[in-house]
Design a protein. Structure first.
Length: 360
């Protein structure tokens, strides 16, 4: 079997001529044909088949050589196996378990889609593979491609007629699967391609996607979601994120370089001084100067204190955002001599945490 895996056809031929069994199996019931199909050894595959290897033999998970070849994008071998009678829609057994349990009862197309082998997908479809075949979890090849973040594969399957609104056995759509897998680029594509979002907007998955888009600084995705339904704007204002029950405006503010998202959210949030239960405003969370400036331009209060008596400048010092501290100090009417409930002033915090001299 090692000779088959390495593609050494002359060695395989010698071994077969000297009594090696073409149908021998390892402890996982894999044959030499499985190994050669996985490792792109077409000459060895052809030799084994001529010597009596059965192309429909399964390993202990129900995988034929076609599944191995499809998983690894071995297109010439796939063509050969199908031409010699291999069933392109054969399902793996219900005993097959991959690490994600996503390929139990799957076709070769599932394996190709999960691994983003677009040319293999086209070949399998030309040979009669069902684009919406489902595995034991009710997942289609489109769902597996979305889960892995293969954008071009998702696009390909949609062009080839894959059902964008299909549900798995857990009633998840491909959009919810993409959100759970944090493949935001796929989620954006699915929304742009018109997936049904009526139920999605009311779901926890929508909250996750909004939160991930904002914390990841993805304004395009955020705008795409807002364009889906007017109710998304209300949802944006309602969502609270742990820890400390922050609003999404707080989440956006604490992400450095997130100016574009802040710019969009300040148009949606009616109150930029919204507080967490601990009294922090988005300005307390500002991670860089541009974010702080935008919040101030839209009405943020520069001297607002939280429940510990800390101003946004003190919070910036505590978070080591000294550029924000310096900006707030020179901002008109920023108070620098007030103390928090621990008796600390902005000056003492700057001294304690070795702030740049420009701040001290």
């Amino acid at each position: 079997m090692s000779a088959c895996a390495s593609g050494k056809s002359e060695v395989v031929e010698f071994l077969l001529a000297n009594g090696a069994r073409v149908d021998a199996r390892d402890n996982k019931q894999r044959t030499a044909l499985h190994f050669s199909a996985a490792n792109n050894s077409l000459d060895v595959v052809m030799l084994l088949v001529r010597s009596g290897a059965r192309i429909y033999d399964e390993d202990d998970g129900g995988l034929m050589s076609l599944h191995y070849a499809s998983q690894n994008g071995r297109n010439k071998i796939i063509f050969f196996l199908i031409e010699h009678g291999c069933d392109v829609n054969h399902l793996t057994g219900d005993t097959y378990e991959d690490t994600e349990r996503s390929l139990t009862g799957s076709t070769a197309l599932h394996f190709a889609a999960q691994n983003g082998h677009n040319e293999t997908i086209l070949l399998l479809l030309r040979k009669g593979a069902k684009v919406d075949s489902i595995n034991l979890n009710g997942q289609t090849p489109l769902m597996l491609a979305a889960k892995r973040g293969h954008v071009t594969t998702v696009e390909l399957l949609l062009r080839r007629g894959a059902d964008i609104n299909a549900l798995d056995v857990y009633q998840n759509t491909v959009l919810e699967i993409a959100v759970l897998a944090k493949t935001l680029c796929v989620a954006k594509l699915l929304i742009q391609r018109g997936i049904n979002t009526v139920g999605f907007v009311r779901s926890m998955s929508c909250e996750r996607l909004l939160t991930d888009a904002i914390s990841g600084g993805d304004r395009d995705l955020l705008q795409t979601l807002i364009n889906v339904q007017d109710s998304v704007k209300e949802k944006l204002q309602e969502i609270r994120v742990s820890p400390w029950d922050k609003t999404l405006l707080h989440v956006a503010a604490e992400t450095k370089g997130n100016f574009q998202v802040i710019d969009l959210l300040t148009e949606i949030f009616p109150e930029v001084n919204v507080k967490t239960p601990r009294g922090k405003t988005p300005l307390h969370c500002a991670a860089d100067v541009n974010i702080a400036r935008k919040l101030l331009e839209t009405g943020a209060k520069v001297n607002e204190t939280d429940q510990f008596g800390e101003t946004p400048a003190m919070a910036a010092a505590r978070n080591n955002h000294w550029d924000v501290v310096e900006f707030l100090i020179i901002y008109n009417s920023c108070v620098t001599n007030t103390s928090n409930k621990f008796g600390q002033t902005l000056h003492s915090m700057a001294t304690l945490w070795e702030a740049p001299s420009s701040v001290k």
